[in-house]
Ligand binder design. Structure first.
Ligand SMILES: [Zn+2]
Length: 213
Protein backbone atom coordinates (compact mmCIF):
# COMPACT_ATOMS: atom_id res chain seq x y z
CA UNK A 1 0.00 0.00 0.00
CA UNK A 2 1.35 3.42 -0.90
CA UNK A 3 0.43 6.94 0.22
CA UNK A 4 3.24 9.19 -1.01
CA UNK A 5 4.73 10.58 -4.19
CA UNK A 6 8.22 9.61 -5.37
CA UNK A 7 10.28 12.58 -6.55
CA UNK A 8 12.84 9.99 -7.58
CA UNK A 9 13.76 6.56 -6.21
CA UNK A 10 15.63 8.20 -3.28
CA UNK A 11 13.31 11.06 -2.31
CA UNK A 12 9.64 10.76 -1.31
CA UNK A 13 7.05 13.50 -0.86
CA UNK A 14 4.57 13.20 2.00
CA UNK A 15 1.00 13.57 0.69
CA UNK A 16 -0.20 15.16 3.92
CA UNK A 17 2.41 17.82 4.82
CA UNK A 18 4.54 18.01 1.62
CA UNK A 19 7.75 17.13 3.47
CA UNK A 20 10.54 15.69 1.34
CA UNK A 21 11.85 12.49 2.91
CA UNK A 22 14.82 10.35 2.08
CA UNK A 23 13.69 6.86 1.03
CA UNK A 24 15.00 4.04 3.22
CA UNK A 25 15.20 0.26 3.06
CA UNK A 26 12.77 -1.06 5.63
CA UNK A 27 12.05 -4.59 6.83
CA UNK A 28 9.19 -6.80 5.62
CA UNK A 29 5.77 -5.61 6.91
CA UNK A 30 7.41 -2.47 8.39
CA UNK A 31 5.98 1.00 7.77
CA UNK A 32 7.82 4.10 6.67
CA UNK A 33 6.24 7.11 8.41
CA UNK A 34 6.60 10.81 7.81
CA UNK A 35 8.79 12.18 10.65
CA UNK A 36 6.82 15.45 10.71
CA UNK A 37 3.11 14.46 10.62
CA UNK A 38 3.32 10.69 11.26
CA UNK A 39 1.53 9.85 7.99
CA UNK A 40 2.31 6.29 6.82
CA UNK A 41 4.15 6.65 3.52
CA UNK A 42 4.20 2.95 2.65
CA UNK A 43 4.23 -0.54 4.06
CA UNK A 44 6.94 -2.85 2.79
CA UNK A 45 5.59 -6.02 1.22
CA UNK A 46 7.13 -8.80 -0.82
CA UNK A 47 5.92 -9.95 -4.25
CA UNK A 48 3.65 -6.95 -4.69
CA UNK A 49 3.99 -7.08 -8.48
CA UNK A 50 3.03 -10.75 -8.80
CA UNK A 51 0.12 -10.23 -6.37
CA UNK A 52 -1.07 -7.26 -8.39
CA UNK A 53 -0.76 -9.28 -11.62
CA UNK A 54 -2.87 -12.10 -10.14
CA UNK A 55 -5.59 -9.66 -9.05
CA UNK A 56 -5.48 -7.91 -12.45
CA UNK A 57 -5.91 -11.15 -14.41
CA UNK A 58 -8.80 -12.17 -12.11
CA UNK A 59 -10.41 -8.75 -12.66
CA UNK A 60 -10.06 -9.16 -16.44
CA UNK A 61 -11.72 -12.60 -16.23
CA UNK A 62 -14.61 -11.03 -14.25
CA UNK A 63 -14.98 -8.21 -16.76
CA UNK A 64 -16.91 -10.05 -19.49
CA UNK A 65 -19.72 -11.44 -17.27
CA UNK A 66 -19.80 -8.16 -15.31
CA UNK A 67 -20.72 -6.11 -18.38
CA UNK A 68 -22.75 -8.63 -20.43
CA UNK A 69 -24.74 -10.55 -17.78
CA UNK A 70 -27.86 -8.95 -16.21
CA UNK A 71 -27.07 -6.74 -13.21
CA UNK A 72 -30.59 -7.09 -11.81
CA UNK A 73 -33.91 -8.66 -12.74
CA UNK A 74 -36.95 -6.48 -12.16
CA UNK A 75 -40.43 -8.01 -11.74
CA UNK A 76 -43.33 -5.53 -11.74
CA UNK A 77 -47.03 -6.12 -12.50
CA UNK A 78 -46.27 -9.51 -14.05
CA UNK A 79 -43.62 -8.07 -16.32
CA UNK A 80 -39.97 -9.07 -16.03
CA UNK A 81 -37.08 -6.92 -17.23
CA UNK A 82 -33.35 -7.39 -16.97
CA UNK A 83 -30.46 -5.12 -17.88
CA UNK A 84 -26.74 -5.61 -18.24
CA UNK A 85 -24.21 -2.78 -18.07
CA UNK A 86 -23.76 -2.70 -21.86
CA UNK A 87 -27.53 -2.85 -22.47
CA UNK A 88 -28.00 -0.01 -19.97
CA UNK A 89 -25.63 2.23 -21.94
CA UNK A 90 -27.35 1.30 -25.23
CA UNK A 91 -30.78 2.03 -23.74
CA UNK A 92 -29.57 5.47 -22.62
CA UNK A 93 -28.27 6.07 -26.14
CA UNK A 94 -31.59 5.01 -27.72
CA UNK A 95 -33.42 7.33 -25.32
CA UNK A 96 -31.16 10.13 -26.58
CA UNK A 97 -29.33 10.67 -23.29
CA UNK A 98 -26.11 10.84 -25.29
CA UNK A 99 -23.84 12.52 -22.72
CA UNK A 100 -24.94 10.19 -19.90
CA UNK A 101 -24.62 7.13 -22.15
CA UNK A 102 -21.08 8.07 -23.25
CA UNK A 103 -19.99 8.94 -19.70
CA UNK A 104 -21.43 5.67 -18.33
CA UNK A 105 -19.75 3.67 -21.09
CA UNK A 106 -16.41 5.44 -20.59
CA UNK A 107 -16.27 5.42 -16.79
CA UNK A 108 -17.74 1.99 -16.10
CA UNK A 109 -16.46 0.03 -19.11
CA UNK A 110 -13.82 1.47 -21.41
CA UNK A 111 -11.50 3.23 -18.93
CA UNK A 112 -11.52 0.47 -16.25
CA UNK A 113 -10.86 -2.16 -18.96
CA UNK A 114 -8.06 -0.12 -20.52
CA UNK A 115 -6.45 0.52 -17.11
CA UNK A 116 -6.55 -3.18 -16.26
CA UNK A 117 -4.94 -4.02 -19.62
CA UNK A 118 -2.19 -1.42 -19.03
CA UNK A 119 -1.52 -2.74 -15.53
CA UNK A 120 -1.51 -6.32 -16.82
CA UNK A 121 0.99 -5.36 -19.55
CA UNK A 122 3.39 -3.68 -17.10
CA UNK A 123 3.19 -6.23 -14.26
CA UNK A 124 3.30 -9.21 -16.63
CA UNK A 125 6.29 -7.70 -18.45
CA UNK A 126 8.20 -7.22 -15.18
CA UNK A 127 7.25 -10.72 -13.97
CA UNK A 128 8.65 -12.40 -17.12
CA UNK A 129 11.66 -10.01 -17.30
CA UNK A 130 10.46 -8.39 -20.50
CA UNK A 131 11.08 -4.69 -21.03
CA UNK A 132 9.96 -2.21 -23.67
CA UNK A 133 9.95 1.61 -23.55
CA UNK A 134 6.15 1.56 -23.93
CA UNK A 135 5.90 0.12 -20.41
CA UNK A 136 6.91 3.52 -18.99
CA UNK A 137 4.12 5.51 -20.68
CA UNK A 138 1.71 2.62 -20.06
CA UNK A 139 2.29 2.84 -16.31
CA UNK A 140 2.10 6.64 -16.40
CA UNK A 141 -1.16 6.48 -18.38
CA UNK A 142 -2.50 3.92 -15.90
CA UNK A 143 -2.14 6.50 -13.11
CA UNK A 144 -3.32 9.46 -15.19
CA UNK A 145 -6.59 7.68 -16.06
CA UNK A 146 -7.35 6.90 -12.42
CA UNK A 147 -9.96 9.66 -12.06
CA UNK A 148 -11.87 8.43 -15.12
CA UNK A 149 -12.43 4.88 -13.92
CA UNK A 150 -15.52 4.90 -11.73
CA UNK A 151 -16.46 1.29 -11.09
CA UNK A 152 -17.30 2.07 -7.46
CA UNK A 153 -19.53 5.03 -8.41
CA UNK A 154 -21.49 2.78 -10.77
CA UNK A 155 -21.84 0.18 -8.00
CA UNK A 156 -23.13 2.90 -5.67
CA UNK A 157 -25.65 3.87 -8.35
CA UNK A 158 -26.86 0.26 -8.54
CA UNK A 159 -27.32 0.10 -4.75
CA UNK A 160 -29.25 3.40 -4.71
CA UNK A 161 -31.49 2.17 -7.58
CA UNK A 162 -32.20 -1.10 -5.76
CA UNK A 163 -33.15 0.72 -2.53
CA UNK A 164 -35.46 3.12 -4.42
CA UNK A 165 -37.12 0.38 -6.48
CA UNK A 166 -37.62 -2.09 -3.62
CA UNK A 167 -40.95 -0.54 -2.62
CA UNK A 168 -42.28 -0.63 -6.20
CA UNK A 169 -41.08 -3.92 -7.63
CA UNK A 170 -39.59 -7.29 -6.88
CA UNK A 171 -35.84 -7.22 -7.55
CA UNK A 172 -33.51 -10.15 -7.97
CA UNK A 173 -29.76 -9.74 -8.28
CA UNK A 174 -28.42 -11.07 -11.56
CA UNK A 175 -25.16 -12.92 -12.16
CA UNK A 176 -23.72 -9.69 -13.55
CA UNK A 177 -24.04 -8.04 -10.13
CA UNK A 178 -21.85 -10.67 -8.42
CA UNK A 179 -19.36 -10.53 -11.30
CA UNK A 180 -19.33 -6.73 -11.05
CA UNK A 181 -18.74 -6.86 -7.28
CA UNK A 182 -15.85 -9.31 -7.86
CA UNK A 183 -14.47 -7.05 -10.61
CA UNK A 184 -14.63 -4.03 -8.31
CA UNK A 185 -12.89 -5.88 -5.46
CA UNK A 186 -10.16 -7.31 -7.71
CA UNK A 187 -9.56 -3.89 -9.33
CA UNK A 188 -9.11 -2.25 -5.92
CA UNK A 189 -6.77 -5.02 -4.76
CA UNK A 190 -4.72 -4.88 -7.98
CA UNK A 191 -3.96 -1.20 -7.28
CA UNK A 192 -3.65 -1.22 -3.48
CA UNK A 193 -1.39 -4.30 -3.43
CA UNK A 194 1.07 -2.63 -5.80
CA UNK A 195 4.05 -0.52 -4.73
CA UNK A 196 4.48 2.01 -7.57
CA UNK A 197 8.00 2.95 -6.37
CA UNK A 198 9.12 -0.63 -6.90
CA UNK A 199 7.63 -0.65 -10.41
CA UNK A 200 9.22 2.70 -11.33
CA UNK A 201 12.61 1.54 -9.97
CA UNK A 202 12.48 -1.65 -12.06
CA UNK A 203 11.35 0.22 -15.19
CA UNK A 204 14.12 2.81 -14.73
CA UNK A 205 16.78 0.11 -14.20
CA UNK A 206 15.61 -1.74 -17.31
CA UNK A 207 15.58 1.50 -19.33
CA UNK A 208 19.12 2.33 -18.20
CA UNK A 209 20.30 -1.20 -19.05
CA UNK A 210 18.71 -0.97 -22.50
CA UNK A 211 20.23 2.47 -23.12
CA UNK A 212 23.60 1.12 -21.97
CA UNK A 213 23.93 3.55 -19.04
ZN1 LIG B 1 4.02 14.40 6.52
Amino acid sequence: MFWSVAINSKILLCHECDLLIENQDICEACKLQCPRCGHVLYTQKHNTISHSLAYTITALICFYPAVTEPIMILNMSGLSQQQSLINGSLTLLQDQYYAVAILTFLSSFLVPLFRLLLLCYVTLGITVNYYHNSMIWSFRLFHEMEEWGMLEVYMLGIIVSVVKLLSMAEIQPGFGLWAYAALLLMSILSTTSLNPHEVWDILLDNKNNQDGC
